[in-house]
Design a binder for this molecule. Structure first.
Ligand code: SF4
Length: 421
């Protein structure tokens, strides 16, 4: 059995969500609406939640934004969404929390960036105020260090010490160490200020894959706080998806990372929810969690020159994702369903038999029929112009039969068991 060992950490409760140790890796996302527009922000949080985001972060950057956080919470509650809200604070968090106490109460977690709190004694006071507010309101805190906004006084102190040492390290190594030290020292200060250890999550985000892996391996080995994992400024399109997947897969496979966010730059016109879908697909393809039935499809080749099978694969994937809003509650376990859509006889029957349901379309020159396999057995052969509709009807029937009240696959768990170290 493939058993993934997760790093042992404190468990942090954020309303109904648990982050850390044996708890499933939690998906989170961030809005890009103006938080001062409560209606638009609540609607985007609803969209992100519908897509599967289990927590959503919103920027709290101005009095206008802070004054609307409680209203955003109310709007979500009224729509039946309990999604925990995370407030992203930089530069003026202590002022906003002081001026708008309802904001601090409506949020479920605060994100504090030690590099953007302020310098010297003034910065310490501001940090202390935010931590004490979190403790008084019984809220969790992510101490989120970022390569692009590293605490400059700490970086200078460490650079100077490095230069004075007998064997100086390369500056980039010192900077990576400074990220980790910033997170750990800030967590230590937070605990001394009265925030319980099981209210703290850490992150040290960088934008290069190898750096992220190195930093998180080291951070994970030096503390028991749950880690928020993500490649910052991952980029746009396939580059952002590939870079995030490359970095996160290595770390997740090593049991490092308790909650993830995929920081994609949305392409113009593309939905914000893409970052949630990518996060889910990373976890699901690694076998760590199941969210939506997966479609196994071949890439196609010279044996299938029409676009019929590409269109069917796309139709099936879209249909399954769209159906999940209802199926998720009506048919527990359906998220583990595996559907195959294959382009010809070479691998079609074999791959279709391995899936719960599979269809092997005819390749160029083959008899124009499409055998459908259900639980490994050839069930029916489709032909004619309505193959897509008929196949989707078979999928629907399979879901109702197998994942309904008395279905044998109800609550079936195909997730890799998680074993703590
Ligand atoms: S299953 Fe057939 S069509 Fe698909 S990639 Fe393989 S050989 Fe090509």
């Amino acid at each position: 059995m493939n058993t993934l060992q997760r790093r042992r950490t404190h468990q942090v409760r954020i309303d109904h969500i648990t982050v850390g140790s044996e708890a499933p890796v939690v998906i989170q996302s961030m809005t890009n609406t103006d938080t001062a527009d409560a209606k638009a922000t609540a609607l985007q949080i609803k969209e992100l939640s519908d897509a599967g985001s289990e927590m959503v972060r919103i920027t709290v950057n101005s009095p206008e934004a802070a004054s609307k956080v409680a209203e955003i919470r109310r709007r979500l509650d009224d729509m039946g969404y309990a999604t925990p809200l995370i407030g992203d604070f930089h530069f003026n968090g202590e002022r906003l929390l002081a001026e708008f106490p309802e904001c601090g109460k409506a949020l479920s977690k605060y994100r504090i960036n030690p590099g953007n709190v302020g310098k010297g004694a003034k910065g310490d006071e501001k940090f202390a105020f935010m931590i004490r507010t979190a403790a008084e309101n019984d809220k969790a805190v992510r101490i989120g260090v970022n390569w692009g906004s590293l605490d400059q006084s700490l970086a200078k102190r460490m650079m100077d010490a490095n230069l004075a040492s007998s064997a100086p390290k390369p500056p980039e190594e010192v900077m990576k160490e400074a990220l980790i030290v910033s997170a750990l020292e800030s967590a230590e200060k937070a605990v001394l200020l009265g925030l319980p250890e099981d209210k703290i999550i850490l992150s040290c985000k960088v934008s290069a894959v190898q750096d992220l892996i190195q930093v998180y391996r080291e951070l994970g080995s030096r503390c028991a706080y749950p880690l928020h994992l993500g490649l910052t400024e991952a980029g746009m399109g396939s580059k952002g998806i590939v870079a995030s997947t490359a970095a996160l897969s290595v770390l997740l496979q090593e049991g490092i990372g308790d909650t993830i966010r995929i920081s994609l730059t949305p392409e113009p016109g593309s939905p914000r929810t893409q970052e949630v879908v990518v996060g889910q697909e990373i976890l699901q393809t690694m076998g760590l969690r199941s969210f939506t039935p997966m479609v196994t499809a071949c890439p196609g080749c010279g044996r299938t020159t029409s676009t019929v099978f590409q269109e069917l694969a796309q139709d099936v994937q879209n249909y399954l994702r769209q159906k999940m809003t209802v199926w998720r509650t009506a048919y527990p376990g359906v998220e583990s369903l595996n559907v195959a859509v294959m382009g010809c006889v070479v691998n079609g029957p074999g791959e279709s038999k391995l899936a719960d349901i599979g269809i092997s379309l005819p390749g160029t020159g083959e008899t124009p029929v499409a055998p459908v396999y259900v639980d490994g057995e050839r069930k029916v052969t489709l032909k004619g112009d309505n193959i897509a509709t008929e196949f989707l009807a078979i999928v629907e029937e399979y879901v109702k039969t197998n994942y309904g009240e008395n279905g044998s696959k109800r609550n079936q768990n195909k997730i890799i068991p998680i074993q703590s170290l």
